[in-house]
Ligand binder design. Structure first.
Ligand SMILES: Cc1ncc(COP(=O)(O)O)c(C=O)c1O
Length: 428
């Protein structure tokens, strides 16, 4: 997004706020989907990455991975047909499954996370007199899915469950995977499973739903992404598999991260022990950069200066050069800004949030030029997980606004600032 767009937002809306750039989202998902299409592979959005984007992604992906009754209700509100949902995740409850099955007459796809799940799905399907499509999740060595052998057993015993149609398998082993060789190992294992089921049991596995957990560079020290090349390599790996059924790639972060901006304002500045501390009105409860360690890594941040009075200018700044909002980083500096360039004074800031904990350090030693209280920092690539995964109820701070931006639709408030004291108190 350009500087002017952030300026417009800041004129109308207070920080902290998330701004999801739907044009950026569309461009990215179209690029990804184009690579997958060449190999005949479908795309599934793991909506846990950012449920707000579910509606925007409706025309862009084939499926949605839904992991809770709440996520399901979001899909209902967005009018997504059941046929496009994969009801995934542990602890599927009888009442939720029954409701879905009865209402949707067994449409959609359900994952199996355990033997108990398998039986529950069978009972619900029998009761509703429908046939359910299932994917058996194979574990990657944690609480999710079932062991390879148990998965095989489910395929072996499938005839005892005529109300269940075992379509295939689901696999996801983790996120931010840098090494394609790790993905190749996983694909080989899954290919082997399908081959064994075919050879030993005479059953064709027709679907593979695979979450590759692709890496998104969040920090300046990380290598730049080469999206098409990366996906081309992944497609080649998939092409080397014997498996010839339908393949769907489940992705969350890789689709959603890039479109997100988290806007937070510097509300205080101090120097303690020679260190500059900038307190912002957001914090780590609303911002989540996977892999950030001790706030040492520098994320991508756009610095937007607030309107300055001459009196606010730093002592060594040229008073004639004070100006309005001005972007210091990013590629969109306008002519007007160049004419009104601020004095250059780079300092290393420790950017801390508003929580009453020493843990609330977003980034240490971030170089900012002529930064002052009132300026806004735009933390980029925050479209995945930040909006929901943070400890946002800690300290009873308000939940930030959520805004959508697109060139056609302009700026749209989709969730207003929300007070959390009623959620966090016995008074309700
Ligand atoms: C089953 C499943 N699929 C896909 C994803 C999305 O992962 P990522 O955001 O790394 O793409 C997750 C994330 O937890 C998951 O649990």
């Amino acid at each position: 997004m350009k500087q002017q767009e952030f300026e417009l937002i800041l004129k109308e809306y207070q920080t902290p706020a998330y701004v999801f750039d739907l044009d950026a989202l569309t461009r990215r998902v179209q690029r990804i989907s184009a690579c997958l299409k060449k190999a005949g592979i479908d795309l599934c959005y793991a909506m846990k990455a950012n449920p707000f984007l579910t509606g925007a992604l409706e025309p862009l992906v084939e499926r949605f991975e839904v992991c809770s009754p709440g996520e399901f209700r979001i899909c209902e509100k967005e009018g997504l047909p059941m046929e496009r949902l994969v009801i995934s995740g542990v602890n599927k409850e009888r009442k939720d499954i029954s409701r879905m099955i009865e209402r949707e007459q067994g449409r959609g796809m359900f994952t199996v996370e355990s033997m108990q799940h398998f039986r529950l799905l069978s009972e619900c399907a029998r009761q509703a007199k429908v046939k359910l499509n299932l994917l058996v999740r194979i574990t990657s060595g944690n609480q999710f899915g079932v062991d390879y052998e148990l998965a095989k057993q489910m395929f072996r015993e499938r005839e005892s469950y005529p109300e269940l149609s075992l379509q295939g398998i689901q696999y996801y082993s983790g996120t931010q995977k840098k090494k394609l060789s790790a993905l190749e190992q996983e694909l080989k294992m899954l290919d082997g499973f399908c081959r064994e089921v075919q050879e030993d049991l005479g059953v064709t596995v027709s679907e593979l739903e695979y979450g590759p957990g692709l890496f998104v560079p969040y920090f300046q020290s990380e290598p730049k992404e080469h999206l098409e090349e990366l996906l081309e390599e992944l497609m080649q790996m998939i092409g080397r598999m014997d498996f010839s059924g339908k393949i769907t790639l489940e992705m969350g972060r890789f689709l959603a991260a890039e479109c997100g901006n988290y806007l937070t304002r510097i509300v205080d500045r101090k120097e303690n022990g020679g260190q500059i501390y900038g307190i912002v009105d957001g914090g780590i409860h609303q911002l989540n950069y996977f892999g950030q360690t001790m706030a040492m890594k520098l994320p991508f941040v756009q610095h937007i200066s607030a309107e300055r009075d001459a009196a606010d200018a730093p002592a060594d700044a040229d008073p004639a050069q004070t100006c309005g909002y001005g972007e210091k980083e990013g590629a969109d500096a306008s002519n007007a800004e160049q004419e009104c360039a601020p004095a250059k004074r780079e300092e290393k800031w420790n950017i801390c949030g508003s929580l009453c904990t020493t843990a609330d350090v977003i980034v240490k030693q971030y170089p900012l030029t002529d930064a002052q209280v009132g300026d806004v920092l735009v933390f980029q690539r925050t479209g995945a997980y930040s909006v929901t995964e943070g400890i946002s109820l800690f300290l009873s701070r308000d939940l930030p606004k959520v805004l959508f931006y697109s060139q056609k639709g302009g700026i749209r408030l989709v969730r207003d600032r929300l007070e959390t004291d009623s959620i966090n108190s016995a008074g309700g």
